[in-house]
Design a protein around this ligand. Structure first.
Ligand SMILES: [Zn+2]
Length: 128
């Protein structure tokens, strides 16, 4: 994993620690070049998942720049847990034109999935 992606993973982890829930997730929406456009944790009071809350926080004039999201789960007995977006969040990410989602796994790595085949590849972060 690139140093940059590693740093973004840690930033998402800090966001996850702010969650008031049993399952704590944090998400960061990224623009081209890995610029951070918005951050959020999940919120149990309104049932909102971190991915959707982060998307809503992207400034209006930056919505077209959003290309990727990182979502992680912070656990208590180990640092990271599996945080693959649920079906509803995947649909919201696709609708927001997000190209790639990085998510934490149970073994400290980030996996990724792309939503829009033949468009952007996740190299815009991996190469940095
Ligand atoms: Zn979800």
């Amino acid at each position: 994993m690139s140093k940059r992606l590693e740093r973004l993973k840690e930033t998402a982890y800090k966001e996850a620690l702010k969650s008031n829930g049993i399952h704590r997730h944090g998400a960061i929406v990224l623009g081209n070049g890995g610029r951070i456009l918005a951050k959020a944790c999940n919120n149990y009071d309104n049932g909102c998942h971190a991915e959707v809350r982060a998307l809503k926080r992207v400034p209006h004039d930056a919505k077209e720049c959003a290309v990727a999201i990182i979502v992680v789960r912070a656990r208590r007995n180990q640092r990271f847990g599996l945080s693959r977006p649920c079906v509803a969040c995947q649909a919201a990410l696709k609708a927001a034109n997000i190209d790639v989602v990085y998510y934490s796994t149970n073994n400290e790595t980030l996996e990724y999935e792309t939503f829009h085949e033949n468009e952007h590849r996740p190299v815009f972060i991996e190469g940095h």
